[in-house]
Design a protein around this ligand. Structure first.
Ligand SMILES: Cc1cc2nc3c(=O)[nH]c(=O)nc-3n(C[C@H](O)[C@H](O)[C@H](O)COP(=O)(O)OP(=O)(O)OC[C@H]3O[C@@H](n4cnc5c(N)ncnc54)[C@H](O)[C@@H]3O)c2cc1C
Length: 205
């Protein structure tokens, strides 16, 4: 199936994210106690004084995405990751993500599904011959589903959103980024609201 398999959960985040960033910004100007952190932090973010939002981080659990997606995701270096291992977990029964373009084309879909089945069969045959998981996995496709836990601070997350919700981003990671955006925008709108238009566009086209 396509991107509708994506399952993303905001597992944890810094308590009182806007106040936390606001207090960090406040210490720079010796104005730590502010009543209206929301407006304050909006101005700070707009000015590009983004180091103060590094004090706020978000942890996501992501499932139902392809290895093609996670390879792009882990290129974002300012983050922490824990991913299901193809070295330690048997992938004989792997689930997979089908790109919408392939899904819509009957002939392409058939070729795609046949290849997924062949790949599973070959993996199992290699495993049956005593080949270790870490070597049998060389025949697994990029479409193979994965699970990953990601922690990013708000600054890195804003960079991730800017790059991955943009029109030029690949469809699956664009969809994931828009879903992650919704989750963090709900709990800390002041840190992300200037990116809302990009998120809306990512959902539309
Ligand atoms: C549309 C698109 C297409 C892409 N295509 C390709 C491709 O074909 N091939 C490919 O290899 N990658 C590709 N990438 C990945 C891209 O080059 C980045 O590696 C990825 O988006 C991570 O972005 P980042 O470096 O900004 O994030 P992070 O790694 O999280 O870094 C955050 C920021 O920290 C700073 N930073 C981090 N490390 C360094 C450093 N070593 N030196 C200087 N500053 C640093 C930069 O300001 C950076 O923006 C593509 C990305 C996009 C969005």
């Amino acid at each position: 199936m396509s991107g509708d398999r994506i399952n993303v959960e905001l597992v944890r985040y810094t308590p009182e994210p806007v106040e936390t960033a606001g207090r960090a910004a406040g210490i720079c100007w010796d104005k730590e106690e502010k009543e209206e952190y929301g407006a304050f932090i909006r101005r700070v973010v707009k000015k590009g004084h983004e180091s103060v939002i590094e004090h706020v981080s978000f942890t996501f659990r992501i499932e139902g995405v392809s290895r093609a997606l996670t390879h792009q995701l882990v290129r974002h270096r300012i983050a922490s990751y824990s991913q299901r291992s193809q070295r330690y977990v048997d992938e004989g029964e792997f689930e997979y993500v089908t790109p919408p373009n392939v899904e819509e084309n009957e002939e392409a879909r058939k070729l795609f599904v046949d290849f997924m089945e062949e790949s599973k069969e070959l993996y199992d045959r290699l495993r049956g011959m005593g080949i270790r998981k870490q070597d049998a996995r060389f025949v697994l496709p990029n479409a193979c589903e994965s699970k990953i836990i990601v922690t990013m601070n708000a600054r890195s997350l804003r960079n991730f959103f800017s790059l991955r919700m943009a029109r030029g981003a690949q469809w699956e990671i664009r969809e994931l980024a828009a879903r992650m955006f919704d989750l963090v925008h709900d709990v800390a709108p002041e840190l992300f609201e200037d990116l809302k238009e990009a998120a809306d566009l990512a959902r539309k086209d």
